[in-house]
Design a protein around this ligand. Structure first.
Ligand code: HEC
Ligand code: HEC
Ligand code: HEC
Length: 509
């Protein structure tokens, strides 16, 4: 017998035993012990770094167990699946903080939106290199080695061997847990409330704009040090700053920034700031009110040749990204030399005195402290400015959606309205719909966002009142005008309880 047949036979025997077993029994007797009072197996409630109450495991009741409801109810989640001891968050209350405090400095993921980092975002960024990573930084190599002494496989992984052996693999517990736990109430699309609203006007605090701090060019260090040390902005820099236009142009020209600010036309518009490297659901996105000089004011004087195919911006320390931005992406978009954000001069971190911003593309090409703009011919490399390429030649984070503020396992009050917030963006493509699921991806309720502008991000809100003391899940995905749907689904579980006040918080994590 082949392995697969053997397994099928095994399953069959088990089923027969089950049918006879159940058929032979009388109906379960009385309801057994209430899990809320079964102290020993109560799910842990822990306090997150910022004081939020977190319960990673849903409460379950005897009604969640289908068979063998014998006396002395033992919750499956905590007793058998040991769910309180699984997943990164069972040991690290905040992965972002963990990295910030690590001895080896990680590139900055600490600023930006209040989205929670889970291992899904770590993998999203680490998975494929595209020149940002060295091969030694393979994520599983590091995580395994870091935990060799302190964690077991099952703390982080779930394995799957169904009767179909092609689906037997090593999953991350954090990515499959919602499908493995009891006590979660599913709500189908038809029963979900119609309480979705969205806006494109939300402006982020300039100080919290996502900043990679990649630290691989000299002025990265300078900007960071100036920020850390609170160094005053140097006004002389604006007076001395020059920006050159060269390459496929009729006439090479150099402009002085102070002159431009005094004499050139200027515009103030909301523009999104979306990192090409932002993993789906990450915090590498925001929006500012950008004040700047349209680049066309400079290029109208220099004259762009027909042979120009892309725009390469270069920083004063020689920084340039991996190629030029395709000029076709610039058509009809704002392309500006931005010197003010939200009505204030730029901060050092955001590129004082001047950063180039381009509407509808990722901020990978928003070169800070920009000093030279070169128009390249079609023979020169192009920069992938509209998302993060994956190994198959697609884009991993287009569309990109996230849930803001709500943490995995957050305890909320039963009967009180919860406002779930999130974002959606697809770089150069229009997000035509944001879709939510409350039955763990079985059905999706679609909300129209087709009349939106690609130069701005979308922030959305969804209002939901949990009526029962149960756990619920909310998942989000988006659809673009080109028919793309994100495959990395961002899903948060939250736990509604009426007994929040006075809830015992576990000291054990
Ligand atoms: C069973 C508990 C446990 C689980 C589960 C766990 N960790 Fe850890 N982790 C630790 C301990 C203990 C250390 C080393 C001491 C410390 O916290 O600084 C550590 C260290 C780390 C470090 C190194 C921090 C540094 O100072 O350089 C990283 C990164 C990390 N863990 C990430 C993760 C991720 C990601 C997951 C989920 C996939 C995870 N951990 C799951 C216990 C755990
Ligand atoms: C925005 C992209 C991005 C995200 C998100 C990200 N990393 Fe990294 N990580 C990097 C880069 C880039 C490096 C440096 C790679 C190199 O030097 O080759 C790195 C390096 C590391 C290292 C090696 C030590 C160090 O600090 O350089 C560890 C450990 C690590 N990451 C853990 C994590 C964990 C855990 C998460 C999720 C909480 C995470 N990373 C999320 C980009 C990211
Ligand atoms: C601290 C958490 C943690 C522990 C403990 C851990 N792993 Fe992992 N493992 C990870 C992460 C994170 C990855 C990377 C997943 C990814 O990149 O998608 C991974 C990847 C893997 C993969 C590759 C899976 C794939 O589909 O490519 C295998 C196999 C694996 N682990 C086996 C093990 C085994 C066996 C143990 C116990 C001896 C173990 N792991 C312990 C976190 C952990």
């Amino acid at each position: 017998m082949k392995r697969k047949d053997l397994m099928t036979a095994g399953v069959l025997v088990a089923c027969v035993a089950l049918v006879f077993g159940v058929a032979g029994c009388t109906q379960p007797q009385e309801q057994t012990e209430d899990p809320y009072t079964a102290e020993l197996y109560l799910p842990h409630v822990i306090e997150d770094d910022d004081g939020t109450l977190i319960q990673l495991t849903p409460n379950e009741s005897v009604a969640d167990a289908y068979y063998f409801q014998q006396e002395g109810f033992v919750p499956y989640n905590t007793y058998y699946a040991k769910s309180d001891k699984r997943g990164c968050k069972s040991c690290h209350s905040d992965l972002m903080r963990l990295l910030e405090e690590a001895p080896y400095e990680h590139i900055g993921i600490g600023t930006g939106l209040d989205t929670e980092w889970t291992v899904t975002q770590c993998v999203g960024c680490h998975e494929f290199s595209n020149d940002y990573f060295t091969i030694e930084n393979s994520f599983s190599t590091m995580i395994h080695a870091l935990h060799g002494e302190v964690a077991q496989c099952w703390n982080c992984h779930d394995t799957s061997t169904t009767s179909d052996t092609s689906d037997s693999s090593m999953y991350l517990w954090d990515e499959v847990r919602h499908g493995k736990l009891r006590g979660i109430s599913d709500i189908a699309d038809a029963d979900m409330p119609d309480t979705f609203t969205f806006s494109q006007d939300e402006i982020s605090d300039e100080e919290y704009l996502f900043n990679l701090n990649a630290q691989y060019y000299d002025w990265d260090y300078l900007r960071k040090q100036n920020t850390v040390n609170g160094v005053e902005l140097d006004e002389q820099l604006v007076k001395d700053w020059t920006i050159s236009i060269s390459g496929e142009v009729d006439k090479k020209m150099t402009f002085n920034l102070a002159d431009l600010i005094a004499n050139a036309p200027k515009e103030t518009v909301p523009m999104k700031w979306h990192c090409v490297l932002n993993p789906v659901g990450g915090n590498g996105i925001g929006q500012v009110m950008a004040t700047g000089i349209p680049l066309s004011y400079l290029t109208d004087q220099a004259g762009i040749k027909d042979s120009a195919a892309s725009l390469l911006a270069i920083g004063a320390d020689g920084f340039q990204d991996h190629g030029g931005v395709d000029l076709r992406l610039l058509e009809g978009k704002h392309v500006m030399l931005v010197y003010e954000m939200n009505g204030e001069p730029l901060t050092w971190n955001n590129g004082y005195p001047c950063v180039i911003m381009i509407g509808g593309v990722g901020c990978g090409c928003f070169v800070k402290q920009v000093s030279d703009i070169v128009f390249l011919s079609a023979d020169e490399p192009f920069f992938e400015a509209t998302g993060w390429p994956d190994l198959e030649g697609g884009i991993t984070n287009k569309p990109d959606v996230g849930i803001i503020g709500l943490k995995e396992g957050q305890v909320v009050k039963t009967g009180e309205q919860l406002v779930i917030k999130g974002y959606a963006d697809a770089y150069d493509e229009t997000v035509v719909a944001v879709e939510l699921s409350m039955d763990r991806g079985k059905t999706w309720k679609s909300f129209d966002t087709s009349a939106t502008d690609v130069e701005k991000w979308i922030t959305w809100e969804y209002r939901f009142t949990p009526e029962e003391d149960r756990a619920y899940c909310i998942a989000v995905r988006a659809v673009t005008d080109k028919g793309k749907v994100n495959t990395t689904i961002i899903e948060k579980m939250f736990v509604a309880r009426s007994d929040i006040a006075g809830l015992a918080v576990s000291s054990e994590k």
